[in-house]
Design a protein around this ligand. Structure first.
Ligand SMILES: Nc1ncnc2c1ncn2[C@@H]1O[C@H](COP(=O)(O)OP(=O)(O)OP(=O)(O)O)[C@@H](O)[C@H]1O
Length: 645
């Protein structure tokens, strides 16, 4: 018997099940089942068509197609149960639980326990009563990677066919993709693949972004193609992943017959893509159908700055950190004085938010705030993007002129993000605009007067870039009237206030709070993505917490916990015991404690399982106490033993 089956049999034994027992096959009451289907409405609705299609392929083979919830309770089944004995027929009915706890080793329960597809054939089933079955099951995960249900094909073991498992896996993937596409109401969703013919198929990558371009989530193939983990993606945007600003996407779909997008991923791989633009109140329709010249500044800056607006003025940024207070005092003094401001800081420290707040508190507040990210616009486009172009300046689809971002900011503020990435050849042109206060669009002999306040931001050490000949010294001195540096999150002393503020903004009702344990974890984290990472993490945690008020370890995404564990592992001396259980997010006492509970000579997964069980027994089933004793997080225990959730 394979490793998965052996481990599952051990779990079944630990649940106190006996192979000869006649498990309780009774379904839950009808009204409870209706409630369960309602709770799993999205899954149910998106799975039914895929189940029908799957059933068409296995019809007359004495098999049934089954959908369960995340706990293995059958929500829907399709097919002819005549092949089963009467008593067993009842067991494959909606409302019956097929978790490992209730039926021992079986494809549904084992797929849930392992979070992976499972084939359980004949006597691999734990209960003798189920030895006549052959079952192939695949878990269905949501956009956060959580198992939300299982798709299974079960039949008489004599009808076993080796292709069944592949069919089930493909159908589960189809359901996952459908669920993914329906998850975000207010989003830009990109379907992409290196080969155009794969777009629209099961193999396509799918990634969703907010209307402002911030990464929301990607499906399984999307994560694979992007080559980044879910948590690493939290710090990304559409432009950092696909090399185009969101405004270019809108431009593309404004053309009469938009073809596939030609995108270059952050790792240099070229992919083809198709975008789906969905916004609850049809705002995209407005953006796309409105005339290009007028809408682009509105579209790009309005959509992207939605979140920023919530925290508009400088006073909203004051949350008690002394370094930040100094920054805010300095910028307040130069407001409206026509002194260029240069904001330094790591990615996600809030440079754009600060620039927006400066603009909102300045006498220019009623005029546009236009943000340009010099790093995310391809070098070939940056000139036209900034300076604009005349009618007929280009051949091809975009013959009509465009005013360019500098003119769009006229009367207001131009925010040049990542100024260090401005191509050298354009730096002289920008300097001329700033000195002469005139813009000359491409293809035009006419100069247009322009009045903008410039705020720029950079992640780079510009002096080094000057020394390397990559940045013009004269432009540097023109831009750095006041230089301020935003502290990274790990250096800020106001983390607790910041967390409360973000929770209040993100939940709209200020109902949530984080547990002291989480706050401690946050204090020790390095936050490479700074506010962007923290905001996304809390946004996910709020969804996970649902009706609970306190956000705790089990609401944290696994990837974040893995990062914490990796950081802890790096900080520890060489581990005394192997095992994923070392994935601790709590102060480490781990390896010796783990050894105390693990039997000698056992396999790694068996050791883990046994250690957790013993620790639970020793602490009367108290998960927190067991986790502390093992030196692992509670989340790790939940991950290893999902039935405890
Ligand atoms: N003080 C803050 N309070 C709450 N949220 C914040 C704060 N500062 C930044 N954020 C959030 O963090 C995210 C990143 O902020 P922002 O884009 O301003 O950072 P940035 O430094 O300009 O990043 P990058 O260098 O990558 O362009 C945004 O979603 C923003 O709303």
């Amino acid at each position: 018997m394979g490793g998965i089956i052996t481990t599952s049999h051990k779990r079944s034994l630990a649940y106190g099940l006996c192979p000869d027992s006649c498990a309780d096959f009774g379904p839950i009451a009808r009204n409870e089942l209706s409630l369960l289907i309602e709770q799993n409405r999205m899954l149910h609705a998106h799975a039914l068509p895929a189940m029908e299609t799957l059933y068409q392929q296995i019809i007359n083979t004495h098999n049934m197609v089954i959908l369960t919830d995340a706990h293995g309770v059958i929500l829907h089944s399709l097919g002819d149960a005549d092949f089963l004995e009467k008593a067993n027929r009842v067991a494959l009915q909606p409302g019956v639980a097929w978790s490992e706890e209730s039926k021992g080793t079986n494809a549904i329960g084992t797929a849930i326990a392992e979070r992976a597809p499972a084939l359980v054939h004949a006597d691999q089933h734990y209960l003798n009563a189920n030895h006549f079955l052959t079952c192939s099951a695949a878990p269905i995960t949501d956009h956060l990677g959580n198992v939300v249900g299982v798709l299974d094909v079960s039949g008489d073991q004599r009808s076993y066919h080796q292709h069944t498992m592949a069919l089930v896996r493909m159908s589960a993937l189809m359901i996952e993709n459908q669920l993914f596409s329906a998850t975000f109401e207010d989003a830009i969703t990109i379907h992409f693949h290196t080969r155009p013919e794969f777009i629209g198929t099961l193999m396509e990558g799918i990634a969703s972004f907010t209307p402002g371009g911030r990464f929301l989530s990607a499906n399984r193939n999307g994560l694979f193609q992007l080559g980044l983990t879910y948590s690493a993606l939290q710090t990304h945007t559409f432009s950092s992943l696909f090399g185009l600003p969101v405004s270019a996407l809108f431009d593309h779909y404004r053309t009469a017959a938009p073809g596939l997008l030609d995108l270059c991923m952050h790792n240099g791989v070229r992919v083809h893509g198709r975008a789906q633009l969905r916004l609850a109140n049809n705002q995209f329709q407005h953006v796309l159908s409105a005339p290009h010249e007028q809408t682009r500044p509105q579209a790009a800056s309005n959509l992207a700055a939605n979140a920023a607006r919530k925290l508009s003025g400088l006073r909203y940024l004051r949350t008690g950190d002394p370094q930040l207070e100094l920054v805010l005092d300095k910028v307040t003094r130069v407001l409206g004085k026509d002194i260029p401001i240069m904001i330094m800081g790591e990615t996600g420290t809030g440079k754009e938010l600060l620039a927006q707040a400066i603009h909102n508190d300045s006498p220019r507040a009623a005029s546009p705030f236009v943000a340009v990210n010099c790093a995310s616009i391809p070098e070939t486009l940056i000139e036209s993007e900034l300076f604009g172009y005349e009618d007929g300046a280009f051949t091809g689809a975009r013959k009509k002129g465009a005013p360019g971002r500098i003119l769009q900011a006229n009367g207001g503020t131009l925010f040049l993000d990542e100024i260090g990435d401005m191509p050298f050849s354009l730096q002289a042109r920008l300097l001329r605009v700033l000195q002469e206060r005139m813009v000359t669009p491409l293809g035009s002999g006419k100069s247009i007067p322009v009045n903008v306040e410039v705020i720029c931001a950079t992640n780079h050490n510009l002096r080094e870039r000057i020394a390397q000949g990559l940045f013009r010294e004269d432009l540097y001195y023109r831009l750095n009237g006041l230089v301020v540096k935003l502290p990274p999150l790990r250096e800020r002393t106001d983390l607790e206030t910041v967390v409360k503020k973000i929770l209040a903004i993100e939940s709209d009702n200020g109902r949530y709070e984080v547990s002291p344990e989480i706050l401690e974890l946050f204090r020790r984290h390095r936050w490479p993505g700074n506010f962007r990472q923290l905001t996304n993490l809390l946004r996910t945690a709020i969804v996970m917490a649902g009706d609970e008020q306190e956000i705790c370890l089990r609401h944290m995404p696994d990837d974040f916990m893995d990062d914490i564990a990796a950081a802890n592992a790096a900080a520890l001396p060489a581990p005394a015991a192997p095992g994923v259980l070392a994935a601790s997010c709590e102060p480490a006492e781990p390896a010796p404690a783990f050894e105390r509970y693990a039997p000698a000579g056992a396999r790694l997964d068996e050791m883990e399982y046994s250690a957790i069980q013993k620790a639970l027994q020793a602490h009367g089933g108290n998960i927190s106490a067991a986790a502390r004793a093992l030196g692992v997080s509670r989340n790790t225990i939940y991950r290893k033993m999902p039935h405890l959730k």
